[in-house]
Write a protein that binds this ligand. Structure first.
Ligand SMILES: Nc1nc2c(ncn2[C@@H]2O[C@H](COP(=O)(O)OP(=O)(O)OP(=O)(O)O)[C@@H](O)[C@H]2O)c(=O)[nH]1
Ligand SMILES: [Mg+2]
Length: 325
């Protein structure tokens, strides 16, 4: 299973308490205060590791808890700080507070990081509280509490090519025809519930990654259907394939609708290179439905994932666009 979202709990450490202590030395009967400061609690921090590709680890580890700072000690010794816990995540990880759509961090490149919970500050030891009126302060500061926050972690997958279309357009079948991926295929909408990835091999040892996502419907960008949560995946692809069934009564309208969804989700999506595919060509006779397609501007590629007709031309066209990028 491809893991592209996870819920985890993070807790930073509490600051160590300041120490109350007085100097005890020979011949100095009433030494001054010498209680040291508490250490800072450990932070919890997300860090991008470009060697990672999934959120797999978070399936097993659901909570990340940093250590508390240690208490201060006598002789002005500070307590040790709690160690920062680093949560390694793949590039393309988006962090949101649980049950909120607000993006707290969008971590893209190796080394990008986000401190999710800050450790509490250590308390000051009584050495800081001596004054002209208070020679023997018998108190120190307590350490501050850490934070405990649940996060929704999401991964925008990285594919070179993203498949976009209404439910049932034939996206998964195309992925299965071009790659060794085995996505679920069926004659009803929303067969695909999570993204599928496959590697398309071509030429001599060349390849690109194709991402199949659930079908989009009108209003997808606002969260209708499944589209919304998956549109993020095409944000990181370089080329979009827009799949329209050859039997579509009004392809121009359908393309416009899909583009409107993409635009509403993120206008940059329309800046990507894209190809329009007329799918399931084996189902139509020679000139059947041809009129519907006449008014379409730009190039349309005819494909059938069943007979494989047009697939070589398609792969060449994709490769060309990837190289032009
Ligand atoms: N004859 C024919 N049928 C096809 C072709 N491509 C897909 N189909 C059929 O169309 C139906 C839908 O195909 P899917 O690949 O599951 O469509 P999808 O776009 O992935 O659908 P969702 O995941 O629901 O969005 C299935 O019954 C496929 O067998 C094709 O090229 N020719
Ligand atoms: Mg599908």
């Amino acid at each position: 299973m491809f893991i592209d979202h996870a819920k985890i709990l993070c807790r930073s450490g509490k600051g160590g308490n300041g120490c109350v202590s007085f100097r005890r030395e020979k011949y100095v009967p009433k030494g001054g205060p010498d209680g040291g400061d508490g250490g800072k609690g450990g932070d919890v921090c997300f860090v991008v590791d470009e060697q990672l590709y999934t959120l797999q680890d978070m399936r097993y580890k659901k909570s990340y808890i940093a250590k508390n700072g240690e208490a201060g000690q006598s002789s002005k010794k500070s307590g040790a700080d709690g160690k920062t816990i680093k949560i390694p995540v793949p590039p393309g990880t988006v962090i949101k507070a649980e049950k909120s759509d607000m993006i707290l961090a969008d971590l893209l490149k190796d080394g990008d990081n986000f401190t999710a919970c800050r450790g509490g500050k250590g308390g000051k030891g009584n050495v800081h509280f001596k004054s002209s009126t208070q020679q023997t302060p018998r108190f120190a500061q307590n350490g501050q509490n850490g934070e405990e926050i649940s996060f929704d972690v999401e991964l925008k997958i990285l594919g070179d090519v993203g498949l976009v279309g209404f439910p049932n357009a034939g996206k998964s079948t195309l992925l299965a025809a071009l790659t060794t991926a085995k996505p679920k295929i069926a004659d009803y909408p929303f067969t695909t519930l999570e993204p599928n990835l496959g590697i398309v091999k071509y030429g001599n040892y060349q390849s690109f990654v194709m991402a199949d996502i659930p079908g989009l419907i009108e209003g997808a960008a606002e969260g209708k259907g499944l589209g919304h949560q998956f549109l993020k995946h095409v944000e990181r692809t370089r080329v979009l394939l827009i799949l329209i069934e050859s039997t579509d009564p009004n392809p121009a309208d359908s393309i416009e609708q899909l583009q409107a969804e993409l635009k509403q989700f993120n206008p940059d999506l329309l800046e990507k290179s894209s190809l329009i595919l007329k799918t399931k060509m084996d189902l139509v006779q020679d000139q059947e439905f041809a009129d519907n397609w006449k008014s379409l501007p730009g190039e349309v590629l005819d494909v059938s994932s069943v007979t494989h007709s047009g697939l070589d031309t398609l792969v060449d066209a994709i490769a060309k666009q990837l190289h032009e990028d």
